[in-house]
Design a binder for this molecule. Structure first.
Ligand code: GDP
Ligand code: MG
Length: 163
């Protein structure tokens, strides 16, 4: 699929919330595939006359920390195989975790364009917390709030400029 943007990250960083915001739907197509790729959700996003597809790679993780880290790594690998661009979500309120570092390492090896997105930046309170994410070696974090929509317009400008 051309122009496919994958949303990746560990559970609970807000991938599905961002997916729903970008696609303006809660009824995206769910593809039931075997194994770790099941229930990935695909949707369409249109921005400034450009259309692209979005995949929420963690559709099968329902707000649960009870998931094997190995499965998350597999899910990220699958995403990098099909995507043209990756939105790598981290949680600015929760801060950097070891699993974020693992995911970043996989993404850097993939050589795909990656946009580091610091989600849950709902207000100015957490702005200084973005700097720890530079340690991931993926450049500037983009601060957004998937919940309120703050910053997502600038993020979309960036996404379409890279597709
Ligand atoms: P996923 O597991 O990565 O798909 O994360 P979800 O989209 O299911 O979100 C996990 C939790 O974080 C839910 O309780 C969301 O309401 C919450 N959440 C998502 N985005 C934001 C945000 O921008 N700000 C805040 N405060 N909470 C958010
Ligand atoms: Mg989810």
């Amino acid at each position: 699929m051309a122009n496919l943007v994958a949303i990746v990250g560990r559970p609970n960083v807000g991938k599905s919330t961002l997916f729903n915001r970008l696609t303006n739907t809660r009824h995206a197509i769910v593809s039931d595939e075997a194994g770790t790729t099941r229930d990935r959700q695909y949707g369409k996003c249109e921005w400034n006359g450009r259309e692209f597809s979005v995949v929420d790679t963690g559709g099968w993780v329902v707000n649960s920390d009870d998931i094997f880290e190995e499965e998350i790594r597999k899910q990220v690998l699958v995403a990098t195989e099909e995507a043209d661009l990756v939105l790598f979500l981290v949680d600015i309120q929760n801060g950097l975790t070891d699993l974020d570092v693992d995911v970043a390492n996989i993404l850097r090896r993939s050589k795909l364009p990656v946009v580091l997105v610091a989600n849950k930046a709902d207000d100015g309170k957490h702005l200084y917390d973005q700097y720890e994410f530079y340690r991931l070696g993926l450049g500037d974090p983009y601060c957004v709030s998937a919940a309120t929509g703050s910053g997502t317009g600038d993020l979309l400008d960036l996404v379409v400029s890279k597709l």
